[in-house]
Design a protein around this ligand. Sequence first.
Ligand SMILES: C[S@@+](CC[C@H](N)C(=O)[O-])C[C@H]1O[C@@H](n2cnc3c(N)ncnc32)[C@H](O)[C@@H]1O
Length: 118
Amino acid sequence: MPDRHFAAAAQRNAAPILDVLRREFAEHSSVLEIGSGTGQHALTFASELTYLEWQPSDVAENCPGIRAWLKDAGLSNVLPPLELDVRHDDAGHSRFDAAFSANTAHIMDEDTVRSTNR
Ligand SMILES: C[S@@+](CC[C@H](N)C(=O)[O-])C[C@H]1O[C@@H](n2cnc3c(N)ncnc32)[C@H](O)[C@@H]1O
């Protein structure tokens, strides 16, 4: 199992984002997270918002690290990370009633950002 990666920014911004998600996702049940990165957000948000089914995703190379964060958490509401490159993969968005992505659009080109809305 690969090591967990750590992002200080994800640690810092988790609490204020969580405040927003509590409000915005109050009526939702399943969330696709695009560009989960280290997996820290998936772990934090799914453990706090236990009524949500949380689907982390990222490009293939980041999925082992996400799995490493989730491995010992024992959360029943987090699905294994989905290998999803929004430029060419289809996540089956209709399976989810909400989407979340943090700190991703600014590193994508415009066409890639648009493809997250497919
Ligand atoms: C700055 S990190 C943010 C990670 C995490 N959301 C956070 O806030 O800590 C940007 C993430 O976007 C992902 N990403 C970039 N291009 C992507 C694409 N085409 N499809 C899916 N994810 C992508 C990267 O792999 C990376 O994990």
